[in-house]
Design a protein around this ligand. Structure first.
Ligand SMILES: Cc1cc2nc3c(=O)[nH]c(=O)nc-3n(C[C@H](O)[C@H](O)[C@H](O)COP(=O)(O)OP(=O)(O)OC[C@H]3O[C@@H](n4cnc5c(N)ncnc54)[C@H](O)[C@@H]3O)c2cc1C
Length: 442
């Protein structure tokens, strides 16, 4: 390709949708992706010996997510609901879960009384200090940490209030065949529109001045264009010099970095287990606590949250560790995490890890905080997140633009929808900003 107009760094949902939009508008686009695959935190793959692809990253549609649904429909990908039985396991005893929180009405009442935003821990300490609310404090904290991958000592109570007020027993459907099909379709469409994609190309330095961008890659390549769209994860933008994945910006953008570091970006460890049969469905001599029709499960196990693929009969269990608990285990070797996962499932089903190992056919540990090209899973709202996201998304000299789920402003924080909307927004900005004149040289 002759020199592109625009370099896009990062081939996740945000980068791909922006690339397609820009190419369709006649821009020459070169998309650089560090991994050997597109999709980023959408990672649908059979890696680990699975009989079919499984989701290492995004899996569900959370809420209405209009742009995601529109694109899935255009791609001809249908979605399936997850209806089944949700269980709770506490002190070794399983029972169908009754409600989101036992004291939801009281929680919402106090949330509405809160006059100004504070972090979740402060809210709980101020409004629920009594010993009789200990369980509730724990449940609320666990939910924010488990679902939003948030740190309760940093998470915005107002943002959680908004999330919980609108929330109830909403379905979380899955795209049939996985989110990876959406990535494939977007990538094909983008390439058909003229986008050039270069995989295995990690940008290590980005030099910019108005109207000109030059990037240096880990393999020594140097590439240039008039403008650049940076869609690397928030975790990469938060990294300090010398940390894995750090991207040098020359000159650096201190206000953007500061905004990135003030935002919340939580870790997740996902444990995928495929068995030779859905062993949790029925009691067996070595399994005393079956969980028929299991869809989701919340528990006091070391790996507390689990789900099946119900109503899809594939014998797969997914374990989920998020927030501070995942941060503490981010350096744990995979073998240790697998053992911990099997211990947790053994506790939940009242069986033994040995029995589970006999039936285990494939496994994969996806530790997003340990991945240098992500450095975490997805963002959550810390205090003043709206202002920090706006600062981070501010284009620089009509030349450097930033997209990705971490800069999204709207109700679907930390989702594929957030990434897609941010990619579409950045593409529109790029198309409407007059391209600055490159500097005169020579
Ligand atoms: C475990 C997990 C579960 C999730 N579950 C859901 C869910 O159920 N539903 C939902 O809607 N969302 C979910 N999400 C969130 C969703 O996956 C993300 O919000 C979305 O995919 C982010 O897209 P993005 O384009 O902003 O970033 P990414 O997909 O991360 O894309 C950025 C790309 O930049 C690349 N990159 C990084 N550094 C460089 C560099 N220096 N040079 C070149 N390339 C670089 C990365 O490799 C990556 O491909 C989940 C995420 C995780 C991790």
């Amino acid at each position: 390709m002759s020199e592109p107009d625009i370099l896009i760094i990062g081939g996740g949902a945000a980068g791909l949708l922006a690339a397609r939009t820009l190419a369709r508008a006649g821009r020459r686009v070169l998309l650089l992706e560090a991994r050997n695959r597109l999709g980023g935190r959408i990672d649908t793959s059979p890696e680990g010996g699975f009989s079919q692809p499984v989701e290492g990253g995004a899996e569900f549609l959370h809420g209405d997510v209009p742009l995601t649904r529109q694109l899935l429909a255009e791609a001809g990908i249908v979605c399936h609901d997850t209806a089944g039985t949700t269980y709770e396991v506490e002190a070794g005893r399983a029972r169908p879960a009754e409600s989101f929180f036992d004291d939801m009405p009281l929680l919402l009442e106090k949330l509405r009384e809160l006059p100004h935003d504070v972090v979740l821990n402060s809210f709980l300490a101020r409004y629920f200090p009594e010993p009789e609310h200990r369980t509730m404090r724990e449940q609320v904290r666990r939910f924010a940490e488990g679902y939003d991958a948030a740190d309760a000592s940093r998470a915005s109570t107002f943002a959680l209030r908004d999330e919980w007020s609108g929330n109830g027993a909403e379905d979380s459907p899955r795209p049939e065949g996985g989110y990876g099909r959406l990535v494939e379709w977007l990538a094909q469409d983008a390439q058909a529109a003229g986008v050039t994609v270069q995989l295995n190309t990690q940008v290590t330095e980005l030099h910019w001045q108005p109207g000109q961008v030059r990037v240096r890659c880990a393999d020594g390549q140097v590439l240039q264009a008039s403008q650049v769209l940076l869609t690397v994860p928030l975790g990469v933008l938060q990294a300090q010099p010398g940390e894995a994945g750090y991207l040098h910006l020359k000159p650096d953008l201190p206000q953007h970095r500061e905004a990135a570091r003030a935002l919340g970006f939580g870790p997740v460890i996902k444990v995928l287990l495929e068995f030779d049969a859905p062993i949790w469905e029925q009691a067996a001599p070595q399994l005393a606590q079956p969980l028929p029709n299991l869809d989701f499960l919340f528990s006091d196990a070391a790996i507390p949250t689990w789900w099946s693929q119900f109503p899809d009969p594939r014998p797969i269990l997914t374990g989920w560790l998020a927030g501070p608990a995942a941060h503490r285990r981010r350096h744990a070797p995979d073998a240790e995490l697998l053992a911990e996962a099997l211990d947790s499932v053994a506790y939940l089903l009242d069986t033994t890890p040995e029995f589970l190992r006999e039936h285990l056919r494939a496994h994969r540990i996806v530790n997003w905080a340990a991945d240098p090209l992500a450095r975490g899973a997805y963002s959550y709202s810390a205090l003043h997140a709206t202002a920090h996201r706006a600062a981070l998304a501010t284009p620089v000299a009509g030349t450097l633009f930033i997209a990705g789920e971490g800069v999204y402003q709207g109700p679907y924080i930390g989702t594929v929808e957030a990434a897609l909307v941010s990619g579409a927004t950045a593409a529109r900005q790029l198309l409407h900003e007059p391209t600055p004149r490159p500097p005169v040289t020579g």
